[in-house]
Design a protein around this ligand. Structure first.
Ligand SMILES: Cc1ncc(COP(=O)(O)O)c(C=O)c1O
Length: 296
């Protein structure tokens, strides 16, 4: 498989919102890198793909849910670059818009049920799949791990190269949604302490995000719980906030990650956490395909 000579460009854009109270915000638009391979997913995949290539694999096997942005980007990449993909799915067969796309992109699907999916961290989980698909390289859920994080380091370079386009000479910090925390870890590693990275977590504390991140990077970041009572829980205030943001700007959000992360930022700005004049880069991590599963 490969070579994958595609380095997408994420535009950096100013974002004016009436609650910013003097805080300056620029958005790194990963949602705009490509119509299909959107968001942080391609960046998280790049190092995994390089490892797969080095291992002589012919394709990729990975896992996720029925709205998974990761599987969506992986399947789209497989179709675009001509390598086979297999997706192991949580739950029982259903045709969500995401799943229909996975099939259309040619990904081969196996539904593991809920118990079967919960066993994904068990020693030996991969053995039968490795036997069935010896030529496919396994990528962890969400494209995580150190390889996933290292692939996101390039985002720091891309943002820095565009600071003048938003009228900045420098910036003060990053703000982004965290699911596994892999993208956040990648930014913190690339920053090496130069600018702090704030991660607004889409899942509650007991999901182990802090441990995940700590295994990848020791400092230069802070996690804040933005889950609003649970992963994928949506409430009226969140939906109103997303609608208001979309009306006030050209930025579309989805409720699970980017909507919750930006709302958490608003709450922190309102609480006076950032002084007027602070320049923050908000990473739009994409995921808009997943919002077809929600009535927003
Ligand atoms: C749209 C979107 N934003 C953010 C994230 C979180 O990324 P990470 O798992 O690297 O923290 C994900 C996936 O988990 C996602 O799909």
């Amino acid at each position: 498989m490969g070579p994958f000579d595609w380095l997408p460009h994420a535009p950096l854009e100013s974002l004016q919102l009436d609650w910013l109270n003097g805080v300056e915000l620029a958005v790194l638009r990963l949602d705009r890198i490509d119509p299909l391979i959107s968001g942080n997913k391609w960046f998280k995949l790049t190092e995994h793909l390089a490892l797969a290539q080095a291992a002589g694999a012919s394709g990729i096997i990975s896992l996720g849910g029925a709205h998974s942005n990761h599987l969506h980007a992986l399947a789209a990449a497989g179709k675009r670059f001509g390598f086979p993909t297999v997706g192991l799915l949580r739950g029982h067969p259903q045709d969500t818009p995401t799943v229909l796309d996975l099939k259309a992109f040619g990904m081969q699907l196996h539904w593991l049920g809920y118990g079967g999916y919960r066993a994904r961290h068990d020693v030996g989980f991969w053995l039968p799949w490795r036997e069935q698909y010896p030529h496919l390289y396994p990528v962890p859920e969400g494209g995580g791990g150190i390889a996933g994080a290292l692939g996101c380091g390039v985002l720091v370079e891309q943002a820095r190269a565009q600071l003048s386009s938003v009228g900045w000479a420098d910036y003060d910090a990053w703000w982004l949604a965290a699911g596994t925390g892999t993208t956040l870890a990648g930014l913190a590693l690339a920053e090496a302490g130069a600018h702090p990275v704030y991660g607004a977590t889409a899942v509650p504390d007991d999901h182990g995000v802090a441990q995940n991140v700590r295994a990848l990077v020791q400092d230069g970041y802070e996690l804040l719980d933005a889950s609003r009572g649970g992963f994928a829980r949506v409430d009226p205030l969140l939906l109103e906030f997303i609608e208001a943001t979309e009306q006030a700007s050209s930025v579309l959000l989805e409720p699970l990650y980017t909507g919750k992360a930006l709302l958490a930022l608003k709450q922190q700005v309102e609480a006076g956490r950032f002084a007027p004049g602070t320049r923050l880069i908000f990473v739009h991590t994409g995921g808009l395909q997943g919002r077809r599963g929600f009535a927003t």
